[in-house]
Design a protein around this ligand. Structure first.
Ligand SMILES: Cc1cc2nc3c(=O)[nH]c(=O)nc-3n(C[C@H](O)[C@H](O)[C@H](O)COP(=O)(O)OP(=O)(O)OC[C@H]3O[C@@H](n4cnc5c(N)ncnc54)[C@H](O)[C@@H]3O)c2cc1C
Length: 313
């Protein structure tokens, strides 16, 4: 019988929503948690690929082993939805699919993440969310492996969730238990549609991007620009608004542009001609201009994988 090591792919593409960037020297798709532990023994620094919706891979690719938990018919891509609202799902399960299934089952909690592309593990690590809610609100416990291949279970109160943060990046999430609440199916369907419509109206959902590029910063001072108060000390403000006020909407570097629809979306012209390095340079330029014009340091939300340490995070 073939083992995970036999099925290791060489020089494999790394699919991301940006649709640009280099390849992985080695890519594996384990079918069990034990196989994942074997891979960790080979490369404890392996990188986990979710849906690639918050990821930019540099043009010359990476040497570290890349692991995708998307093999069909494995514990990583299965979910059990119970009537009482407990959902047990693998980390490789598509968030979109899980949201649709739970909404149809009359369970509330994931509809607030309508329009957020992710696999469950990636959504939890990033604490994906927005105006309507965040995944942390429904996580009951997380099952994971540490970098030594040991199984770990963390209860909700042991996880350091905050805005776009979980503190779980050092672990490999293998599955999670979510607690949803019984609710009316048609009300949930309507809410899902409203949220999808609101996102579609304000964001370039079909462009090649990774969603919002920068985290919304918390102001350290009252911020006034051209006589207008943009926010007060301690307030979390929209990075998109700051990028816009710094005059960056439509700014271009090579094949990358700051969206004119939503300034926190950096988009690539086309998958065929786009360069990840253009996005990296454009991110730097946006950070520089926002700092120069408004005195605010923006921090990346997008994860960058690069063999050059100065870009990688
Ligand atoms: C059009 C568009 C709209 C978006 N809108 C939103 C939004 O409204 N709100 C929001 O929060 N985000 C949004 N995003 C960003 C993205 O959807 C989220 O960050 C999402 O959580 C990424 O999940 P992923 O599975 O694609 O992770 P990836 O992008 O594949 O990976 C992101 C990070 O998570 C790590 N990771 C992934 N899976 C695991 C795992 N099982 N164990 C450990 N680490 C793991 C990766 O190694 C990487 O460091 C948007 C993106 C796009 C393209």
């Amino acid at each position: 019988m073939a083992t995970t090591l036999d099925t290791l792919l060489r020089d494999a593409p790394i699919p991301t929503w940006f649709g640009v960037g280099g390849r992985a020297s080695r890519l594996a798709k384990p079918r069990t948690v034990d196989e994942l532990a074997t891979l960790l023994a080979i490369d404890p620094n392996l990188r986990i690929l979710g849906d690639g919706a918050n990821l930019l891979v540099d043009d010359d690719g990476i040497d570290d082993l890349v692991v995708s938990l998307d093999s069909p018919n494995t514990s990583f891509t299965q979910a059990t939805i119970r009537d009482d609202g407990l959902v047990e799902a693998g980390a490789g399960f598509h968030l979109f699919k899980l949201m649709n299934q739970t909404v149809r089952a009359g369970l509330a909690g994931l509809e607030v993440l309508a329009g957020v592309p992710a696999r469950l593990g990636g959504a939890i690590v990033m604490n994906a969310g927005g105006t309507y809610g965040q995944i942390a609100d429904v996580v009951e416990r997380v099952h994971a492996l540490d970098r030594n291949g040991n199984r770990v279970t963390l209860e909700r109160n042991e996880i350091d969730f905050s805005y776009r943060h979980s503190g779980l990046n050092h672990l490999i999430i293998t599955s999670a238990d979510l607690r949803l609440k019984p609710a009316d199916v048609s009300a949930l369907e309507l809410r899902k549609k409203q949220i999808n419509d609101a996102k579609a109206a304000s964001q370039p959902m079909n462009a090649h991007s990774a969603g919002c590029c920068f985290k919304n910063p918390t102001l350290t001072i009252d911020l006034t620009h051209r006589g207008q108060l943009l926010g007060t000390k301690g307030q979390r403000v929209s990075a998109g608004m700051l990028i816009d006020r710094a005059g960056c909407k439509g700014l271009r570097h090579g094949t990358a542009t700051v969206s004119t629809q939503h300034a926190n979306f950096l988009t690539i012209d086309s998958k065929a001609t786009g360069k990840a390095r253009d996005v990296i340079e454009l991110m730097r330029e946006v950070q520089r201009r926002v700092l120069d014009v408004l005195g605010v340091q923006l921090h990346r939300e997008v994860v960058v994988w690069s063999r050059h340490t100065e870009h990688s995070e």
